[in-house]
Design a protein. Structure first.
Length: 160
């Protein structure tokens, strides 16, 4: 991962776009309302989505699924088409870089009690509306806040 972050800094210095992928882990509750899982960031402890750098040999969708498993301890069915995109300023050691993030919806079918980053992050299930209020990035907040059931609509990708 460190090599990918270094590549991102190099790209940003050249004026190139820096990209990440993110997952929106979701479920539909008994009332038919969408709930979204947010996780805390490692440094600022703000609530965010599981996200990370693209992974060599994996599609953006599959890389987002890996991030959701590592950061939030959830697995499930990743919808084929991206739900949208947003941009944010990422703080690196000596720089801020503008990052464009492609967002994928993950219908959670499994929530693990133990996962890779459990000791570094907290996770919480919230209504889409409440999750949107906690997210600092305006574009992402709008995307999450507008989620309504049904989200699967025949576009699920079970090959993740």
């Amino acid at each position: 991962m460190a090599a990918t972050k270094k590549n991102a800094v190099r790209k940003a210095k050249k004026g190139e776009h820096v990209r990440q992928v993110a997952a929106v882990p979701f479920r539909v509750n008994e009332s038919g309302e969408v709930e979204v899982m947010l996780v805390t960031s490692r440094q600022t402890r703000r609530f965010i989505l599981p996200k990370g750098w693209p992974m060599k040999g994996k599609s953006g969708r599959k890389a987002a699924a890996v991030e959701a498993l590592e950061e939030a301890g959830v697995d499930g069915i990743m919808l084929r088409q991206p739900a949208g995109t947003y941009s944010y300023w990422k703080r690196l050691a000596r720089h801020f870089v503008r990052v464009d993030v492609t967002v994928y919806l993950l219908e959670v079918t499994q929530e693990l009690a133990d996962w890779q980053e459990k000791k570094r992050r907290r996770r919480a299930w919230l209504s889409a509306k409440d999750a949107a209020l906690l997210i600092d990035e305006p574009e992402l907040s709008t995307l999450v806040g507008s989620l309504k059931a049904p989200l699967t609509d025949g576009q699920s990708g079970s090959d993740v």
